[in-house]
Design a protein around this ligand. Structure first.
Ligand code: F6R
Length: 243
């Protein structure tokens, strides 16, 4: 796994966006799987700017949602779908109906939702880029510690850490017990796996991801087994690394 350390969050985000822009311009028919959460927001800003400046060709790109909180949908500010549409999809020159596939966290047939998204990913020939924020417990999407790495799309009970940390996204208290997520099998088989983390609060989990044991207890560490993986961090997130 390549480790790319940038001086600050802004430079880190710019480097991640540049990587995605280069990839897509070389392979216009790409499938991107993009995380919600806070970490990718600045990368999204750079992607929107690149689209405005016609520096990225998005006409044939497809997007798949990484995950959603079960029971939440677009009406809840802070849901994954609301975050991605507000900060990215609605600002890009794309046809969202045709180019974006998103989990419906409100569906009463979540098993079917999983198979629907599996089929979408498979019909695109797999994921090109998985852009993944690292959770405080090392989760990727809602692939929580102890997850089966062979899972494709799945519904997974939330780890207590995820429930506690997740409160930061919502204006009101929400009762969420599970997540629907693209599984590690799809994510880590991507042509490029990009992990991102910034800030002092992520320093411990970044150290475990890069220097700790490769274990399902720290899902982010499993990215080290992927054929092409990189982790972009800022200096604060890297300050517990031994080298
Ligand atoms: C969000 C998601 C989560 C976050 C992770 C990091 O769609 O899948 O796995 O990427 O919890 O969250 P932030 O970026 O808010 O620190």
């Amino acid at each position: 796994m390549k480790v790319i350390v940038k001086e600050n969050y802004d430079l880190m985000s710019k480097a991640v966006a540049d990587n995605i822009i280069n990839y897509v311009n070389n392979k216009p028919k790409s499938l991107l799987c993009l995380a919600g959460g806070d970490t990718p927001l600045k990368t999204f800003e750079y992607l929107v700017k690149a689209a405005e400046n016609k520096e990225i060709n998005l006409t044939e790109v497809k997007f798949v949602s990484l995950d959603e909180w079960v029971g939440l949908g677009p009406a809840t500010k802070g849901s994954c779908v609301e975050t991605l549409y507000t900060h990215l999809y609605n600002k890009l020159p794309i046809n969202v109906e045709e180019q974006v596939c998103f989990f419906d966290g409100l569906s009463n047939d979540l098993e079917n939702e999983c198979r629907r998204v599996d089929s979408f990913i498979e019909s695109c020939g797999g994921i090109d880029i998985s852009l993944l924020g690292i959770g405080m417990n090392g989760h990727l999407g809602f692939n929580e510690p102890g997850v089966n790495p062979e899972l494709k799309c799945a519904v997974i009970p939330l780890d207590p850490v995820t429930k506690t940390v997740g409160a930061k996204y919502f204006d009101e208290e929400v009762d969420v017990q599970a997540g629907i997520t693209v599984g590690l099998k799809h994510l880590l088989d991507a042509k490029e796996v990009i992990l991102i983390a910034n800030g002092e609060k992520k320093a411990e989990i970044v150290k475990k991801t890069i220097e700790g044991e490769i274990t399902t207890e720290v899902p982010s560490s499993l990215a080290r087994n992927s054929i092409d993986s990189s982790i972009y961090i800022d200096t604060e997130a890297g300050n517990k690394l031994s080298k």
